[in-house]
Design a protein around this ligand. Structure first.
Ligand code: GDP
Length: 294
């Protein structure tokens, strides 16, 4: 994961550490390298610019440069700013005080929505919750089947009304959850190849009908800045509470992970790291920064 970025930053840091005393020029040179490495990792241009400016502002002061280990201090600042860039703390799901908590999953086709609906259900089940998966992707018969197969695998019930209208399916699923004691309802919606008005209209209708506590957008990390643009559009058009960043296991660059929060204001709440049902983890900015910076 993010090997290129990691290697480049670690080389820069090695040089910084090796220097003992640092001048302003040394910091500028190091930050030029950091800037290049981030841009090559497909981090959003403006995010990189702001990031570098912030680190420089904090690093080029007499306190840092004249400290006993200035290189180490600069590295610490990079680390702190990188954690801040990804939202600082890990963000939890909003759980409703009155069950069921309704989670609406949105995203483009192929991003990993159905898989992550099931992964999320599996994770919540292990935490003692009683989830219900809901099949609202009525346009692809295979999607309903896929959800049913995954539901069986993780032993979580799946609610489906075939090709009935998605709003009706969502509403009925909540009635069923109430009557059967399921406390989390996870709604898998239809994806499209591209964002269009039809998709957004349908999502808005489901949103106003079931008032989800949490709208999570599922985006594919491997698509880099496209994932960030998709998140920006969904947030503008629908309003999202967080992002599930999938396929991080296949993402060699890291651009989406480092840009989503800064560009959209929405935190990454979960990361998908494989195809298996347990390949999901809460997104921890600190852990991610440590992975990148070594
Ligand atoms: P949807 O169209 O958004 O519902 O996408 P799917 O859930 O059907 O996922 C599309 C493909 O991506 C499937 O082959 C999944 O197995 C795969 N996939 C989903 N999440 C991950 C992940 O985190 N890592 C990897 N390597 N593959 C994933």
């Amino acid at each position: 994961m993010f090997q290129g970025l990691s290697e480049k930053l670690q080389e820069t840091f090695k040089r910084l550490r090796g220097k003992g005393k640092l001048t302003e020029d040394d910091v500028n040179e190091a930050m030029r390298e950091v800037r290049m490495a981030l841009l090559e990792a497909d981090v959003n241009f403006k995010v990189v610019k702001d990031f570098v400016a912030k680190v420089k502002e904090r690093a080029i002061g007499s306190e840092v440069l004249e400290s006993l280990s200035p290189g180490q201090q600069v590295i610490k600042i990079v680390n702190e700013e990188m954690v801040a860039l990804m939202g600082g703390v890990s963000s939890k799901i909003n759980i409703s005080s009155k069950p069921p908590t309704v989670i609406l999953l949105a995203g483009l086709q192929g991003a990993g929505k159905t898989t992550h609906g099931a992964k999320l259900a599996n994770m919540l089940k292990k935490q003692g919750k009683h989830p219900l998966l809901v099949a609202c992707d009525i346009y692809r018969p295979a999607a309903i089947k896929q959800l049913q197969v995954l539901g069986e695998q993780i032993k979580v019930p799946v609610f489906s009304l075939g090709t009935e209208k998605p709003v009706k399916i969502a509403q009925e699923s909540i009635r069923q959850a109430n009557s059967q004691g399921q406390d989390v309802v996870i709604i898998d919606t239809a994806g499209r190849l591209h964002i269009n008005e039809e998709l957004m209209g349908e999502l808005r209708d489901i949103k106003s009908a079931v008032k989800p506590q949490e709208i999570l957008l599922v985006v594919d990390a491997m698509t880099g800045q496209d994932a960030v643009n998709v998140a920006e559009s969904f947030h503008r058009e629908l309003g999202i509470d967080g992002v599930i960043l999938t396929k991080l296991d296949g993402d060699t660059r890291g651009g989406a992970a480092l840009s989503v929060k800064a560009v959209t204001g929405c935190p990454i709440k979960f990361a998908g790291i494989g195809e298996k049902m347990d390949a999901i983890e809460p997104f921890y900015p600190e852990r991610m920064a440590s992975r990148i910076l070594g």
